[in-house]
Write a protein that binds this ligand. Sequence first.
Ligand code: 5GP
Ligand code: ZN
Length: 138
Amino acid sequence: MSTCVFCEISAGRIPCTKLYENEHVLAFLDIGPISDGHTLVVPKAHYDRLHQCPPDVLAELGRVVGFLAEPVARAVQADGYNVLNNNGSAAGQVVEHVHVHIIPRKTGDGVFDRWPAYKYPPGKAEAIAEKIKKNLAR
Ligand code: 5GP
Ligand code: ZN
């Protein structure tokens, strides 16, 4: 069985620069930051993707992200921050243990410069919305 780096960190077998922990959630600095203070918040239990987390774990993860975001940003005099959660390799997920990035931002820092927005052709938004709503009923 392959080991999961965030399970190892949660269990204390791999060191991290710890910021906060409680029974369910751990927060530490990202080892490969894209800005100073780049933080990861993870459930201590292993789930590959966000939708696989039970609601109580998700709620606690969200609570801790909200609790940490401002102190993290203020520590590095950030002007703002992004909250990011990658799910699946297509979405840039490298570590397959749910984690939320808190990324402090400075005005004009150039991080996430490309945001490839476009417009839906007529009818497409409604068709997609219908499919999503059908999936909710599953
Ligand atoms: P992903 O692309 O999966 O959303 O992001 C994974 C993040 O985990 C990356 O930003 C990477 O730098 C970070 N990371 C990977 N291994 C370690 C580690 O051993 N310790 C810490 N602190 N961060 C890690
Ligand atoms: Zn894990």
